[in-house]
Design a protein around this ligand. Structure first.
Ligand SMILES: *Cc1c(COP(=O)(O)O)cnc(C)c1O
Length: 327
């Protein structure tokens, strides 16, 4: 079966780099949403715990339940449950959340989620009326990975929110923490708030404008496939759906057990060391030669470039049915 290798040494290297940027490992909230960006939350979470990470961010309550015993702090981005700290993305959500401890998402310019910067007072009022504790306020930057003035003005907006929140919080008995930075913002600027929410950097697939230099991170995940069959191909024979590939000479090819059902993008043209022959099928693909095991990719960023997308998409499309092994 196609399988995934998780490189523990690379993960710890990236954690070290991130901790250096943030000042200490306490200042990193590891983002484990969407099955730890396809790496497997069940594998990555214990490794982070072993390294000393105490904070985690997940997508939903189901993910939070999987890791509840491992971290002191778990933030659920979307969903609500009395046992977990849950992000509140609008005033309406604050009205009906089942959480007891909440973090208020503030919109500082991305206009995706979050309350208006001017509604912080109203949110505190509503939370206090419902007996909820506001443990934090946070925001998200829309363009931290590109060089422009975007990050600058969004940061200014969040500074204003922090100032207002600090002034009024004591009146409600709240002492909220603040966080705003994702991987790109942290690697670009160093830590600006109480901690950073670090995702893609931990997995070693951070992509930023070249001006910011090489972050020195190492890809954690690689995708591998095993041989199904080998055959000799005569000159002129065509391979796979549509017969797209034609042998220019007699050659040996093999099929491998990874296809687009395993998260290999159909538009991928080159695996780690070989060109892909013909179209990628649901459950297999063809390569020249007869190696027993082949690497499909070692760095999701290479795939992203070939397939006109981002490393995040390449990683999270890797299905949970693939076996993950730690190396
Ligand atoms: C996914 C996510 C992050 C992590 O972003 P990276 O670019 O992977 O570091 C941080 N904060 C929020 C709200 C997110 O949804």
């Amino acid at each position: 079966m196609a399988y995934i290798k998780i490189d523990k040494e690379a993960l710890y290297h990236n954690l070290q780099k991130s901790a250096l940027k943030a000042g200490s490992i306490d200042k990193i909230a590891a983002v484990l949403k969407d099955n730890a960006y396809g790496h497997s939350i069940g594998i990555v979470a214990p490794l982070l715990k072993e390294f000393g990470i105490s904070k985690a961010v997940v997508r939903d309550v189901k993910e939070a339940e999987k890791i509840r015993s491992l971290f002191d702090y778990i933030l659920v981005l979307n969903g609500s449950h009395p046992d977990f700290i849950c992000a509140v993305n609008s005033l309406q959500e604050l009205e009906k959340t089942a959480a007891k401890r909440v973090e208020i998402k503030v919109d500082t310019g991305m206009h995706r989620n979050g309350i208006d910067a001017d509604e912080v007072g109203k949110a505190f009022d509503m939370a206090a009326k419902r007996g909820l504790e506001v443990v934090g306020l946070f925001t998200h930057y829309r363009s931290a990975d590109v060089l422009s003035s975007e990050l600058f003005w969004q940061k200014k907006a969040f500074e204003r929110v922090k100032k207002i929140a600090c002034e009024i919080a004591p009146g409600y008995g709240f002492s909220p923490h603040f966080h705003s930075q994702n991987s790109a913002a942290l690697f670009r600027e160093g830590l600006e708030d109480d901690f950073a929410r670090v995702g893609i950097a931990l997995y070693g697939a951070l992509e930023m404008d070249e001006v910011f230099g090489d972050s020195g991170l190492k890809p954690v995940l690689s995708l591998w496939a095993e041989k199904i069959a080998t055959r000799g191909l005569k000159k002129g024979q065509r391979v796979g759906y549509g017969g797209e590939y034609e042998a220019k000479e007699d050659m040996v090819i093999s099929t491998y057990d990874a296809g687009y059902a395993d998260g290999v993008f159909r538009s991928l043209k080159r695996a780690e060391t070989e060109d892909i022959i013909g179209r990628i099928s649901m459950d297999n693909l063809c390569l020249k030669g007869d190696k027993r095991n082949v690497c499909i990719f070692k760095d999701a960023r290479d795939v992203a470039k070939q397939c006109h997308t981002i490393a995040y998409e390449v990683l999270v499309k890797l299905p949970s049915h693939l076996k993950r092994v730690i190396i």
